[in-house]
Ligand binder design. Structure first.
Ligand code: PLP
Length: 356
């Protein structure tokens, strides 16, 4: 089966095989990673290596802390305002779809979040372009969702603002090279490109730590986790181990430059097929198209349903689009190789011939 799920998603096959080999007995430990104390020598090595691998892959400067947390990206919707905003302070948000909307709701519930731009007017099919004059003077940070998993849009450059930059990279992290220096805080759930669900990565400029109000619960304060190198309480140990293996695999592939080259080639093959087709169409403004989540539609609901059913029979799994866009969505994260995209494209061409 080729798995086009938006998340949890396909993982590189080599990673699954290595995890299988080490599942029952992690080398030198005599037990499974799942059974180890998070304070043990073996797990210390695992978490240290996972962090070092992620730092090396993304070229994360020493002035940033890397935190391995739980609670998903959704918890970050609350942790970010709780840690970066004091009572009475403002943050700017750009609304590009469901996940940004959720982040905005939490920001507004807990502090003061201002929506300065939105693409809701066209069902989130594009990225609103902003300039500094759109930003609120004195805003502490600007939040945006770098890649919109449901709508298939991506910010390819960081918006202009004098505020700190906070971004949700859940569905684009490790898919391409980024300059971490351009951001002040990056967060991402692991379950798309980094490993199994359960770990949430936060990459935060150290100078932003320790700003949370004393009323912020201990577990929701970044400082708590930063001081203890993500070992304040029991971390998601198996997920951290898998994240380390995923990073190792991407390093062996040649790092993010090579990963990006492959991902761009995969996306180009699929977008070209959509653009050259008389039957399929894309739903996103061309310059804002995501290379990881690619929605496309057929002219009728009946054809969409037939495509999904036939594709599923062929071993093309999880191709149904999100209900707010309809049609299909191919999520082609790092775990889906070119071969999988080629298989999908061949099926699309065959389907078009039959349904002309
Ligand atoms: N942000 C983005 C961009 C997502 O795609 C998702 C989930 O798909 C989330 C946040 C929510 O993540 P979680 O389920 O880890 O809370």
């Amino acid at each position: 089966v080729w798995n086009f799920s938006a998340g949890p998603s396909a993982l590189p096959i080599n990673v699954l095989k290595k995890a299988q080999e080490q599942m029952v007995e992690y080398p030198g430990a005599g037990m499974s990673v799942m059974e180890m104390s998070h304070r043990s020598k073996s797990f210390t090595e695992i978490i240290t290596t996972a962090e070092a691998n992620l730092r090396s892959l993304m070229n994360i400067p020493d002035s940033y802390k890397v935190l391995f947390l739980q609670g998903g990206a959704s918890s970050q919707f609350a942790m970010v305002p709780l840690n970066l905003l004091a009572e009475g302070e403002t943050a700017d948000y750009i609304n590009t779809g469901r996940w940004s909307t959720m982040a905005i709701k939490e920001g507004q519930k807990l502090r003061y979040a201002q929506v300065i731009a939105s693409s809701e007017d066209e069902n989130f099919s594009y990225i609103p372009k902003i300039t500094k004059s759109d930003c609120t003077p004195g805003a502490k940070y600007l939040h945006f969702t770098e890649n919109n998993t449901i709508y298939g849009t991506t910010f390819y450059s960081v918006p202009e603002t004098d505020a700190r930059i906070v971004t949700d990279m859940s569905s684009s992290i490790l898919s391409r090279e980024v300059d971490v220096n351009q951001y002040d805080l990056i967060y991402a759930g692991a379950q798309k490109n980094m490993g199994p669900a359960g770990v949430t990565v936060v990459i935060v400029r150290e100078e932003l730590l320790g700003m949370a109000d004393s009323s912020v619960p201990t577990m929701f304060n970044y400082q708590t986790h930063a001081e203890k190198d993500s070992l304040f309480n029991t971390p998601p140990t198996f997920g951290i181990y898998m994240l380390g293996l995923v990073c190792e695999e991407l390093m062996n592939m040649g790092g993010l430059a090579e990963v990006e080259r492959i991902n761009r080639a995969k996306a180009e093959l699929l977008y070209n097929t959509i653009d050259e087709s008389d039957l399929f169409s894309g739903t996103v403004r061309v310059e804002d198209r995501s290379i990881t989540n690619i929605p496309f539609v057929l002219p009728t609901d009946e054809l969409n349903a037939a495509f999904i059913a036939e594709a599923t029979d062929r071993g093309i799994a999880n191709i149904k689009g999100h209900r707010s866009v309809g049609g299909m969505r191919a999520s082609i994260y790092n775990g889906v190789p070119m071969e999988g995209v080629a298989f999908l494209v061949d099926f699309m061409k065959e389907f078009e011939k039959k349904n002309k």
